[in-house]
Design a protein around this ligand. Structure first.
Ligand code: 0GY
Length: 303
């Protein structure tokens, strides 16, 4: 299989800075990926992109460099429903990583049990058209019904414009529902405008819905340059993420999104991404919920 990267693909930052912000002890990076390595864990034939490799060893080195204690590794679309790279990372994490898998309805129960033992705690349903082909909703509901008894939850990824069409489906899910990257708001629109208000109402009306306040580098229009002499980048994303952290402090998660798939104009310095956190979670109490208490409740409830 060709391992030629997608044209324009940017590799992850080779030397991220040490964050100035000191993460609280036990902090969880609740959204990150492993890619391959492709020679060992081939990328899926149906994938929409071919990434650079990003191994579990490299992920765990970044975890330690930034000061995180744990990871939640999310199956990336380039691996399709072949969760071997994910499971390999989990079983080599010494219990310090949990996983979110991608499943088809054909998955045997025994495989679900094996994934649970490895540390998988959820399944991801992806509705971003540039990343995946459509999976019928009856198949997704069937999968959700099978993973609910395991205590797993559903992670959903979609574009803001698609929320109205997807909302009924999301509210029919029998589990906690975790939304990736705030439902990808258009941050050039006002934070109190109708589009983001719809997402806020979705969270308000559905107490089982959580959000990752992640990916400023992906959502930002103002970009990585620090504004007004401040060290932090992505200033235009702050009001959106901060609004969710302050209004739903017990239902937010944060992750690096390393190794940052599909970024074509810049690659973030992961240390600077960590320094973004106090701008969206300005108090130690909010930081503790976002980085420790919430992810521990969802992924390590026994601890
Ligand atoms: C992310 C975002 C993206 C990609 C994937 O699984 C994936 O391929 O999630 C994206 O391209 O927006 O969360 O990593």
């Amino acid at each position: 299989m060709s391992l030629t990267k997608t044209p324009g693909w940017l590799d992850w930052h080779p030397h991220p800075s040490k964050p100035v912000f000191r993460l609280p002890p036990g902090a969880v990076d609740a959204h990150c990926h492993v890619f391959g390595p492709g020679e060992t864990f081939p990328y899926a034939p149906e994938r929409k992109y071919t990434p650079c490799d990003a191994s579990r060893q490299q992920l765990f080195a970044l975890r330690d460099h930034l000061g995180f204690a744990r990871n939640v590794i999310v199956q990336a679309t380039c691996h399709g429903a072949d969760n071997r790279a994910l499971v390999d990372a989990l079983v080599h994490s010494a219990g310090r990583a949990r996983g979110i898998a991608t499943l088809r309805r054909t998955v045997p129960d025994a495989e679900l049990q094996a994934m649970h033992r490895a540390g998988v705690r959820g399944v991801r349903f992806n509705f971003v058209r540039r990343l995946v082909d459509f999976t019928p909703k009856d198949e997704l509901l069937e999968i959700a019904g099978r993973i609910a008894p395991l205590g797993w939850h559903v992670v959903v990824y979609f574009e803001a414009a698609d929320l109205p069409e997807l909302e009924d489906f999301f509210t029919a899910l029998p589990t906690v529902v975790v939304v990736d990257h705030m439902g990808r708001p258009d941050v050039t629109k006002p934070v109190d405008g109708p589009e983001f208000a719809r997402f806020v109402a979705f969270m308000r009306d559905n107490p089982n819905v959580w959000s990752k306040v992640s990916c400023p580098e992906r959502l930002s229009a103002s970009g990585p340059a620090a504004l007004d002499g401040e060290r932090h980048a992505y200033a235009d994303v702050v009001p959106f993420a901060r609004h969710l952290v302050e209004n739903f402090p017990d239902r937010v998660l944060w992750g690096t999104d390393w190794p940052h798939p599909n970024l074509k104009d810049h690659m973030p310095d992961d240390g600077l991404l960590v320094d973004f956190i106090p701008h969206i979670a300005p108090t130690p109490a909010l930081q503790h919920k976002l980085l420790v208490a919430n992810p521990m409740r969802l992924y390590w409830p026994e601890e």
